[in-house]
Design a protein around this ligand. Structure first.
Ligand SMILES: [Zn+2]
Length: 704
């Protein structure tokens, strides 16, 4: 919409410019030809050049003929895209031109230009065409390839299974009927019977051990299931340690008219000791469940899941257990196939039968509300993962703005969205953020989403929470360029903080907690290299007037966060919590590895809340010091602050101290460094951390 509008404005210039351009091109390129041809003076060369000029003239007139009429541009653009040619419109102010071109098949980074037109045609740097049958165009930065990469439409992707809460077969009037039943057992539910050596084990080759099910498991599973489980573990002679499993196929289930369970496979998974049970084990169990689904090729698939004991002593309440299980199953079932052209080429799942959509997982004996909560949480984590996974040529600042807008649209009024353009940020004096953004061709976007609870409980006040996410959509390091081994190819994950904020927003939108006003703020841009990029040594001025000497352009996240934190404090009064989330420092990975996110805060209450939220969902944070001893190092010599100290040590702490300079003392602020936890290297996938922590944290604050 935007583009065709610009095209319409361009249209009157086209014809004029093409003629001008072609004329001027011939004039400019002649001397260059001479340079490239040592035999320029020879008769043969002269003759050849004569032929070239003739062919260029011919080419010129054909190009002129190819130039589109104004009203033809939009359909032509569509046509070009549909036949695999890209169509480029450069939109920088004063630099408009359009070009239709096709990538060279020779891998020489040249494009076969079909036409170029516009007032800044000279930017296209056309080269002599004679040596080629088509006109090559050197791709300068502003002529980046524009064959867009788009995710496969959702309808063509593998679908997540549908979760349902269903009654236990022993309780409900309905039998469970499906392909597979997965049963989670605690060690205590499976004891060795006293009657070792008894002949009651029909299959007992060793005849030594009989397993007994605990009373509660017997009661919960009902006679049919209990019989299955007992037989299964006897036959398999299991070594049922925590995390191990036994599976049987084609179980005989007795009279199909009376049996409460009709399945073809039963899998028993040992959850270990009840006292040791935690979200980690539950996550592994969820992964096991989703593997059972994937390895099953029949369809339509129905899989039942039951945990044989309600948790008595364990730390998780039954509804929390159900929610966590639902999350774990869905998150384990999630694979990101958006950027594969087809299912068949999916190397990751080759061999294993891929599950078509329409699979159901029935959580037996589960509470429906808890399942719904689990789904809401998983949808948030999946959004986080998808944003981080998306390559930097897709997840651009504009992509973030679009995602924010569509979240607001789908919220039925609970979420509003404000996007500040570059000019708005200039007016607000966000020199630190804009300094980082200025090297990129892509315009920065400063995004503010706000969720407001539709419901406020009488007598309660609306709690105000703001999450600020670092949204560097790609980080080259700037002129302090990231070199080999610095994970430059993975720097799409440098927007992990912003992505987690977006995921949190999505989950909160579905959960609709009362008494909450949640803001998500992200200053989105790329950190690139170009003639416009900021220099090492530049002094930037943040929106509060503080000046910062940029001693390292790769310490850019803190610069963007400074302006974002200031904006949050200026625009959201009386904050109950302000948390920034950022893939901020490699030093944090060195300090805490890939399992623990670093946490810095001067507010013990916030620290405790974040810590318990993380524990509850099976993510990990570790509190680090806001060491005042190191603050001196950030003082500038010729500016208020430096963005690094220049020393090697304690980099993650220094970064946190830098951010603290932009937060008022009384604001309950915390900083999370997720550089180590954002990415799962083994799976080549974003973890979605710390979305679940944030959702629990935010809900906890709203509860009071
Ligand atoms: Zn950086």
């Amino acid at each position: 919409m935007h583009r065709s509008h610009r095209l319409a404005r361009l249209a009157p210039l086209l014809g004029k410019c093409i003629a001008l351009m072609l004329h001027s091109r011939a004039a400019r390129t002649a001397p260059r030809e001479r340079l490239h041809e040592p035999t320029a003076g020879s008769a043969a060369a002269l003759q050849r050049r004569g032929q070239q000029s003739a062919s260029m003239r011919a080419r010129a007139s054909s190009l002129e003929a190819a130039a589109p009429a104004a009203e033809a541009i939009a359909p032509m653009k569509q046509r070009l895209v549909s036949i695999g040619l890209s169509f480029l419109l450069q939109r920088s102010p004063g630099q408009e031109f359009i070009a239709g071109f096709r990538p060279s098949t020779k891998g020489d980074a040249l494009c076969n230009c079909l036409f170029v037109a516009g007032p800044c045609w000279e930017r296209a740097r056309l080269r002599p065409a004679a040596r080629r049958s088509v006109l090559p165009v050197a791709p300068i930065r502003s002529l980046a390839m524009t064959v867009p990469t788009r995710p496969r439409p959702a309808s063509e992707r593998r679908q997540l299974p549908t979760l349902r809460a269903r009654p236990l077969p022993s309780e409900g009037s309905q039998a469970f009927e499906g392909e597979t039943l997965v049963i989670g057992l605690f060690s205590a539910d499976l004891t060795r019977g006293a009657a070792a050596g008894s002949a009651s084990s029909a299959s007992g080759g060793t005849g030594a051990t009989i397993y007994e099910l605990s009373e509660r498991a017997n009661r919960l599973l009902g006679p049919d299931l209990a019989r299955i489980v007992k037989k299964l573990v006897e036959d398999a002679e299991p070594r049922l340690k925590s995390g191990s499993s036994v599976t049987t196929h084609l179980l005989v289930l007795g009279d199909s008219n009376t049996s409460s369970v009709r399945v073809r496979r039963v899998a028993v998974y040992c959850l270990g000791k009840e006292d040791d049970f935690n979200t980690d084990i539950l996550n592994k169990f969820g992964a096991f469940v989703s593997t059972q689904l994937k390895s099953d090729s029949s369809q339509p698939d129905r899989l039942g899941v039951v945990i044989a004991s309600p948790l008595g002593k364990a730390s998780l309440a039954p509804e929390v257990l159900t929610q966590r299980l639902a999350e774990a199953v869905l998150l384990a079932a999630f694979t990101d196939d958006r950027f594969r052209s087809s299912e068949e080429e999916d190397g990751a799942t080759k061999g294993a039968a891929t599950k078509p959509s329409g699979a159901f997982i029935d959580l037996l004996g589960a509470d429906e509300t808890a399942v719904k909560r689990g789904e809401a949480m998983a949808s948030g984590v999946i959004l986080t993962r998808e944003i981080v996974n998306a390559p930097p040529n897709v997840a651009t600042p504009e992509f973030f703005a679009e995602t924010a807008r569509s979240l607001a649209e789908s919220s039925r009024g609970s979420i509003t969205c404000t996007i500040l353009e570059k000019e708005d940020c200039e007016r607000l004096g966000m020199g630190a953020f804009l300094g980082v953004a200025q090297g990129s061709e892509l315009p920065p976007k400063f995004i503010h989403m706000k969720y407001t609870s539709p419901v406020v409980t009488p007598g309660k006040t609306q709690k105000r929470v703001c999450l600020v996410g670092k949204g560097i959509t790609h980080d080259t390091g700037g002129y302090n360029l990231k070199t080999a081994g610095s994970m430059i190819e993975l720097m799409k994950f440098d927007c992990g903080g912003a992505a987690a904020c977006f995921g949190t927003m999505k989950a909160i939108m579905a959960l609709e907690p009362p008494n909450l006003e949640l803001s998500v703020i992200t200053a989105c841009c790329e950190n690139m290299i170009s003639g416009k990029a900021y220099h090492p040594g530049d002094i930037l001025t943040a929106s509060n007037g503080k000046t910062i000497e940029v001693l390292n352009t790769d310490a850019e996240g803190r610069l963007t966060l400074a302006d974002a934190l200031l904006y949050a404090q200026q625009n959201i009064p009386n904050l109950d919590a302000l948390v920034d989330i950022a893939t901020l420092t490699g030093a944090c990975i060195v300090a805490l590895g890939t399992e623990y996110s670093g946490m810095w805060t001067a507010h013990d209450d916030i620290a405790a809340r974040l810590d318990s939220a993380a524990k509850l969902v099976g993510e990990r944070v570790w509190r680090m010091p806001l060491a005042p001893e190191y603050r001196e190092g950030l003082k500038g010599k010729i500016s208020d602050l430096k963005n690094i100290t220049g020393g090697r040590w304690g980099g993650a702490i220094i970064a946190a101290l830098f951010l603290q300079e932009f937060v008022k003392k009384e604001v309950p602020w915390a900083h999370l460094d997720i550089a180590g936890t954002v990415w799962n290297e083994k799976q080549s996938m974003a973890t979605g951390v710390p979305t679940r922590t944030l959702v629990e944290f935010v809900e906890g604050i709203a509860r009071g």
